[in-house]
Design a protein around this ligand. Sequence first.
Ligand SMILES: Cc1ncc(COP(=O)(O)O)c(C=O)c1O
Length: 451
Amino acid sequence: MAKKNSKTQSTARQILDMNAFDAETRESTSNPLLERRLANVGASAVLFYREPLEIVSASGSWMTAADGKRYLDFYNNVPSVGHTHPRIVAAVTDQISKLNINSRYLNSVLDLYLDALKATFPASLSNVVLSCSGSEANDLALRIAAATSGGTGIIVSENAYHGNTSIISDISPSALKRHKLPDHVVTVPAPSHAGQSGSIENAFAADMKRAIAELERRGHKFSAFICDTIFSSDGVYADPPGFLRKAIETVHNAGGLYIADEVQPGFARTGEAFWGFARHGVVPDIVTMGKPMGNGFPMAGLATRPELLARFCEDTGYFSTFGANPVAAAAGMAVLNVIHDEQLQDNALRQGKHITGRLLDLAAKDDRIADIRGAGLFLGIELCRPGQKDQPDAEVASSVINGLKDRGVLIGAAGRFGNTLKVRPPLSLTEEEADIFVDRLEETLSSIATA
Ligand SMILES: Cc1ncc(COP(=O)(O)O)c(C=O)c1O
């Protein structure tokens, strides 16, 4: 008999705790691979689901477990153009069989890729630095911002996650388990209608002004505002497009930089634009990116204005042994080509609208669905106690996630309380696969209702 998990109550939760295996409340002990994993990585183990899954292969939108069961991957945002896409596999295989070295040699594979990548950005962001993880890219972005602004004061959203280096953990409230944010970090609430009247754009700009004043009051010179442009870990806040505009004006007027963290919404996922910031009609000073950039090949980076990078490089050089290697460039180029040739941005928009339409029908019948948010194939479904939109229900969210897993569909959780279902299928999703998800979600919700 499973113990009741106190972490599923409606209290604020750490991001790595969401939809996570919990050794203390585990339901079974009969998995030798799980025991080995726990023995090998110890307290740092982070595994999805009450009963972790062993996955052995994947293709397109589907992953296959060791017992042969197939799962529709609706949590995907790394192999974003589809698992084991043949063009990515071919590009990586071909390049690694020819040459893989660091970026201190000239090699046209890298520069062809950088030219293609830059074509997706506003013209002002004409310098790119590649790294191996989103955390490294954000770490460098903060250092560039500090060199430019002469300050270290940072503003982030209340439940932000930006990565795992020392300075980035300090600006990731959702990663902190015990200690508080450091003094130089101030938060703003996620841009939502909750608890405020009037436009989200004005409210968010007013929150930004207050946060800047708070940094001043604490004696920290304002350096930058950094946000994930779809506020994923805050619970997925995408609408209305444009709501960032006034807040970014406020940031710039106060002498700060705007860093767009595109690690999650970037590379066409939102359907309406290639980058999340573009939906809001703003031009960042620095854009950071990662996750889907190499469709699973580890690569990340940032784009910025040449003068900002030049100022930073006056003090410190920057080099990464593995960042910008030719195999990464080949993977990245293949990703850009597949997004273009298979019209995946359009597909994300089309399938996202289809799923949202069906979810709205479901919400009309089920009063535990408080809200449906998102853009393209990046959706958040907020769950609440029946008919009580202001009462988040993390327990039902956890039951839905695990119930969907039993029915062969994988999703995740987000939001301060972990009560928002995070839905992110591959951009290559078909309508048939979209329907499987909604059908299984409906079945799962009704099984919980009658349990
Ligand atoms: C918005 C955001 N930024 C940055 C990161 C860090 O990326 P990485 O895990 O590649 O270091 C993540 C990872 O989940 C993220 O979600």
